[in-house]
Design a binder for this molecule. Structure first.
Ligand code: HC0
Ligand code: SF4
Length: 574
């Protein structure tokens, strides 16, 4: 430990702390802008400057290590004036259309401007040309709002291990863009949206589908069905000021009904369906010498990553479509038939914590009889906006249930949204099938948690040894695949989620500001909400979902049967 003095207070902190962290611990608030804990600690923006006794110039506290006896001041005239000046310069080159910006009231630059008391901008020069790239289905980049903080650059490079975005051009014309200035639609970007979540301003966002969805809702000839991903319930509340990790399942269902959707269903139903398909696919591969390890296929960011960067593993991917696509396919076949609705008049909306799902739903393979399984994908953030547009008082809503029958789900489905959840859900079913029993011990702690980027275990089930691994974030996926490729590891089944933490921290989830991220591991808090929902469910194994049984009895026949292959499975592209 070292002792230092900040604003006259003695503070004792571990010796590996920065001054920014030490101040935080002492309850002293230093502003930041480019800083993002563990991701972007580069001291580039100069907003976190402090005065250190004995040093000639002001120092960036986010990269300044503490030392014994150090004397720091965070609120001197010099600090205030310099930081104000730094932010004024950023604002001079910024598209300041705050009122009509989708980040209005949720922008770190806007908050900082207000906190610093900036009321006019003394420099009114030429602004950088602002290109807008909205060609992809998932991500829009607006250079006129970019402040060159580098948060997106480093999340993509270091957390995801990809490196699509980088600083291009020079000096005044510097921009953050894919190499050679290609559109994000033409770059090998996986659309995970982690860059959006890292962006403090409005320079990166999802391509919005809100208007298309309002049009469908307003059209009396269209039967509009909505489904919600497991992870959305763990984060939507944040859009309305609720603490991180508040579960809002019932309020979410209620709000969707008020928005005017004809049916309110839950992707969890299809997660259970996926477990039956994928679980049997795994058993089939193990018992009949199929390609192993089998790797999960529900995270579309991961699928794109595999297609671009590890095509030699495409045959290892489960052929299962992801749950929300399966749901769409079932709605436009079984549901349409049963309710006598022309499938052409059904419009399926998926609410997802994910930006890659927008591109996934537009893939050519994701169709039934020429109709898209899913017609539009909304992020959790966009759903929050629609609820506000409709002036629904979310916090006052009473809990409601999803509609029958595609609103029925088990605990196994709800944990899909956290890293390790799909694996655990699959194991609950596979273990019952192999033992022929109704096992009581169903919590697989070895695959839970976020500390390790890679989790592994060897299980003994009914005399079979099953070796499994779970990776979250594509950089970790790469490590696992490299080990498998080198023959160092030999697994039967691997779960990969494109984002660190799994879907709960997907690229479509509410942004959490850098200050909060210093204290809270969002992955852990949101995952807790899902594991808690699992424990209160009547059934906690996918094969026990009565409506899944009904679907097989009435329509699909058996898992991995002919009908399933036609509707629920897919293929991949090199
Ligand atoms: Fe997920 Fe999904 S669990 S990918 O992580 O499998 O996005 O939440 O909806 O489809 O169910 C995301 C979350 C889903 C799908 C499910 C899967
Ligand atoms: Fe990188 Fe993901 Fe952003 Fe694409 S979407 S630029 S892969 S962080």
């Amino acid at each position: 430990k070292v002792t230092l003095t900040i604003n006259g207070n003695q503070v004792q902190v571990p010796s590996n702390y920065t001054v920014l962290e030490a101040a935080k611990e002492a309850g002293i608030d230093i502003p930041t802008l480019c800083y993002l804990k563990d991701i972007n600690e580069v001291g580039a923006c100069r907003v976190c400057l402090v005065e250190v006794e004995g040093a000639r110039s002001l120092q960036a506290s986010c990269v300044l290590p503490v030392s014994e006896g150090m004397v720091v001041r965070t609120n001197t005239k010099k600090v205030r004036e310099t930081v104000k000046n730094v932010v004024e310069l950023i604002l001079a080159n910024h598209n300041r259309e705050c009122l009509t910006c989708f980040r209005n009231k949720n922008c770190e630059l806007q908050t900082l401007t207000e906190e610093l008391g900036i009321e006019d901008i003394p420099y009114q020069g030429e602004k950088r040309p602002g290109t807008v790239d909205d060609k992809s289905h998932s991500i829009v980049r607006d250079a006129s709002k970019c402040i060159l903080c580098g948060r997106c650059v480093n999340v993509c490079k270091n957390v995801q291990g990809i490196g699509i975005l980088d600083f291009t051009n020079r000096g005044f014309y510097t921009e953050v863009a894919p190499a050679f200035d290609v559109s994000m639609a033409d770059a090998p970007c996986i659309y995970c949206g982690q860059c959006i979540v890292a962006c403090p301003v409005g320079a990166l966002r999802e391509k919005t589908d809100i208007e298309r969805i309002w049009d469908a809702i307003d059209n009396p000839d269209v039967h509009v069905i909505v489904q919600t991903a497991p992870a959305v319930r763990a984060a939507l509340g944040e859009e309305f000021g609720l603490p991180i990790g508040t579960r809002v399942t019932g309020k979410m269902a209620a709000s969707l009904r008020r928005l005017g959707f004809d049916k309110v269903y839950d992707t969890n139903f299809a997660a259970d369906l996926t477990i039956l398909e994928e679980g049997h696919e795994l058993l089939n591969r193990i018992q009949n010498g199929g390609k192993l390890p089998m790797i999960t296929s529900c995270s579309p960011g991961w699928i794109r990553y595999c297609e671009f960067y590890y095509p030699e593993f495409l045959d290892n991917l489960s052929t299962c479509k992801s749950p929300h696509q399966m749901m769409g396919a079932v709605l436009k076949s079984y549901y349409a038939e049963k309710n006598n609705i022309d499938p052409k008049k059904i419009f399926v909306v998926s609410v997802m914590p994910c930006t890659s799902k927008k591109t996934e739903s537009a893939r050519e393979e994701m169709k039934v009889n020429g109709l898209r399984d899913v017609d539009a994908v909304l992020t959790t953030r966009e759903l929050g906006k629609m609820i506000k547009q409709a002036r629904i008082n979310f916090l006052e809503l009473s809990d409601e249930k999803f509609d029958e029958i595609f609103g029925e789900y088990t605990g196994a489905a709800v944990i899909f949204g956290a890293t390790g959840g799909v694996m655990e859900a699959a194991l609950r079913t596979v273990a019952d099938v192999l033992t022929g029993e109704d096992l009581e011990n169903i919590e697989y702690q070895a695959v839970r948690g976020v500390e390790e980027g890679i989790k592994e275990a060897e299980l003994e089930i009914a005399g079979n040894k099953i070796r499994i691994a779970v990776a979250h974030g594509t950089a970790n996926a790469a490590k696992v695949l490299d080990m498998v490729k080198a023959g160092e590891k030999d697994y039967h089944f691997i779960e990969v989620m494109g984002c660190s933490g799994g879907c709960v921290t997907g690229g479509g989830q509410p942004q959490v500001n850098a200050k909060t991220l210093m204290d809270v591991d969002v992955r852990v808090e949101r995952a807790k909400a899902l594991y808690e929902e699992d424990t209160i469910m009547e059934e906690r194994k996918s094969h026990k979902n009565p409506m899944i049984k009904k679907l097989y009895d009435e329509f699909l026949g058996e898992p991995n049967g002919h009908k399933s292959h036609e509707l629920l499975h897919t293929h991949y592209h090199k």
